[in-house]
Design a protein around this ligand. Structure first.
Ligand SMILES: [Zn+2]
Length: 291
């Protein structure tokens, strides 16, 4: 319901619209409350983890995971209340990208620089946003340059819109994010090792920053996982298996046994897909919930 429509509605329709808006607001608030609660639990776990007898490597892994989860919850909260959270959330401090990295300019200009009045517009300036890109072993900086065009007689300004990015106003290109995710989940390279690899390539990226990126990518990718799971559930036959993984859980000073359940289509299906579902036990309930 957009505000302009309200003028044309009668009292009953207005009442319905108000009721729908109230229900939606209540639902969103409930989700925000749940996420805020999760946020608090994650922060407490992070605090508890400082005093545990985990090895340095375990601590680092746990820290990475908690940072990823915190970023994911923050991104979800922000998606639910764009205006408010953007202001509350502290603007990440944007460090300048090192001058020694090679630059590649990407120009974004308006398609049409003729003003409606017939005059040709003049370029009066530009905005430049730098993104960090990575080909294995080599960092480069993409400079996204958006010219500002003005028509002197109308005082009208035209500029190409900012291209969408996975992390709005964020540092990394999509390529760099893909690199971090593939290295972590396919090549099993923990973020603290990636931090060292990046440092050797000329630009260290803190593991906490990498963890935030992983968390935000997780939220962005969730609709794909949901779609794949829905597609798998339409298959006449599925294979499923569960495999134990060691899970670090603050408060007990040792690892716990958790399970990754995998569900995949058969080799005869035109859809070749696998979805992983994390569970804290091998109980059949988890399979029933998923299916
Ligand atoms: Zn004009």
């Amino acid at each position: 319901m957009i505000a302009d429509d309200l003028d044309t509605l009668d009292a009953n329709q207005l009442r319905d619209a108000l009721r729908a808006a109230r229900a939606e607001a209540a639902f969103k608030q409930a989700v925000i409350d749940k996420l805020t609660h999760e946020n608090a639990i994650l922060k407490r776990l992070k605090f508890a983890a400082q005093s545990e007898r985990f090895s340095a490597e375990q601590k680092s892994l746990l820290d990475e995971t908690l940072d990823s989860d915190l970023a994911a919850v923050a991104a979800e909260i922000e998606a639910l209340q764009p205006g408010r959270a953007a202001g509350e959330r502290q603007q990440p401090r944007r460090e300048k990208l090192p001058a020694h990295l090679p630059r590649r300019d990407v120009h974004h200009e308006p398609e049409n620089t003729a003003c409606g009045c017939g005059q040709a517009m003049q370029r009066i300036g530009e905005d430049v946003a730098e993104k960090l890109d990575y080909q294995p072993g080599v960092f480069t900086v993409e400079r996204h340059i958006r010219g500002k065009w003005v028509c002197k007689c109308c005082e009208r300004i035209v500029q190409a819109p900012v291209a969408p990015h996975i992390i709005d106003k964020g540092l990394p290109t999509t390529g760099l994010l893909a690199q971090v995710l593939v290295a972590k989940y396919l090549d099993h390279l923990p973020l603290y090792r990636q931090e060292a690899i990046f440092e050797r390539a000329g630009h260290a990226i803190a593991r906490s920053t990498l963890a935030q990126w992983v968390g935000e990518c997780g939220v962005q990718l969730q609709p794909l996982v949901d779609a794949l799971a829905a597609e798998l559930l339409r298959q006449p036959v599925l294979h499923a298996d569960e495999t134990p993984v060691a899970m670090l859980k603050p408060g007990h000073g040792k690892t716990h046994r958790a399970y990754l359940w995998s569900y995949c289509s058969t080799q005869f299906s035109p859809l070749q897909g696998v979805v992983f579902d994390f569970a804290d036990s091998r109980g059949g309930q988890h399979a029933r919930d998923f299916l």
